[in-house]
Design a protein around this ligand. Structure first.
Ligand code: IPM
Ligand code: MG
Length: 344
């Protein structure tokens, strides 16, 4: 047990978010790390519908003053996409969480959608630039409502943004960084990525470099995912590729991520699955993505043994089939969470 005086904010959010966060917090509690937890359970679509405010300045400040934030899911079919932008993207941008790190490791053969056993050893990570690209909201609409309406979304690439995310990718890679882009069709940003990814590679001589266009990359990921270590991509490409790697690794329900400022160590930990309104309230959501977020944050909070313990417990629960229906089991969300805790 480590002596940690750290404070974690928790935003359960919408849909299945609160259900999976309950299980993540129960796992954290079972470890007895002494991490203080501050739950903001009013940050959700209900509050937004009632007040028109997605994330108040007061709540933003409260989160920013903590050492990290665990988030269930943000999104609700009753509200516009602006709501997710105002909560999730605001946290990413205003806290400068420039890394979106999404590892994908296949926990058990039976979960692989790939029939050929030699292709199943998937153990890679998507390193997604998380503060620029086409996500900044720069742009606008001209001649709205007229037959000549024009919409512009600006795709922003900066040397600072590319250099720091490429450095992170090379620091975390074990063998190789594969840059994925569309520089054959999108030349200016693509060229900047190429130049500063290459320079970052020179700063990390022990790690290999490879480049693929994004269309070829998704094809090769399905053909043989074992060939990938770290996949480095811009915001939009990283968003798409990380859903693919999550599914290749046994399902999006098992996938965890961190939105990180690698300079300050502040992270927003988030299961990749989202709010999943179609299964919300049914008690069948897979808690493993959220529980693996706890493992990630324990690493960052200086508890590597507890972090490894959570990963082992998840492995054991999956190995014995004590899982929710999406992984072929029959357990409900709380039972699947308890099955992991039983192995801690
Ligand atoms: C994700 C989500 C978000 C994104 C949405 C909800 C804006 O898909 O975290 O991957 O595109 O970043
Ligand atoms: Mg996504």
């Amino acid at each position: 047990m480590s002596a940690v005086a750290r404070k974690l904010s928790v935003v359960p959010g919408d849909g299945i978010g609160p259900e999976v966060i309950d299980q993540a917090l129960a796992a954290l509690d079972a470890l007895g790390t002494g991490i203080e937890v501050d739950v903001l359970d009013h940050v959700n679509a209900d509050t937004f519908l009632r007040t028109g405010v997605a994330l108040s300045d007061k709540d933003f400040t409260r989160i920013a003053a903590s050492d990290g934030v665990l988030l269930g899911a943000i999104g609700d079919p009753r509200v516009s996409a602006d709501y997710a932008r105002d909560v999730l993207l605001r946290l990413r941008f205003d806290l400068d969480l420039y890394v979106n790190y999404r590892p994908a490791k296949l926990f058990h053969d039976r979960l692989s959608p790939l029939r050929d056993a030699t292709r199943r050893g998937i153990d890679c990570a998507v390193v997604r630039e998380n503060t620029e690209g086409s996500y900044t909201g720069a742009g606008g609409v001209l001649r709205a409502g007229s037959p000549h309406e024009v919409a512009i979304d600006v795709d922003i690439t900066t040397r600072h943004g590319v250099s720091r995310i490429a450095d992170f990718a090379f620091r975390t890679a074990r063998r190789e960084v594969c840059l994925v882009d569309k520089s054959n069709a999108v030349p200016f940003g693509g060229g900047l990525w190429q130049r500063h990814w290459r320079q970052a590679g020179q700063r990390h001589p022990g790690i290999g470099s490879r480049h693929l266009y994004v269309d070829a990359a998704v094809m090769k990921l399905v053909e043989d995912p074992t060939r990938f270590d770290v996949i480095l991509a811009n915001n939009a490409h990283g968003d798409i590729i990380s859903d693919l790697t999550a599914q290749l690794a046994g399902g999006i329900g098992t996938s965890a991520s961190v939105n990180l400022n690698a300079d300050t160590g502040f992270g927003l930990y988030e299961p990749v699955h989202g709010a999943a309104p179609d299964i919300a309230g049914k008690g069948i959501a897979n808690p493993i993505g959220a529980i693996l977020c706890v493992s990630m944050l324990l690493d960052q909070f200086g508890c590597p043994d507890e972090s490894e313990g959570v990963r082992r417990a998840v492995n054991a629960a999956i190995g014995t089939g004590r899982v929710t229906p999406d992984l072929g089991g029959v357990l409900r969300t709380d039972e699947a969470g308890a099955a992991v805790r039983a192995k801690l």
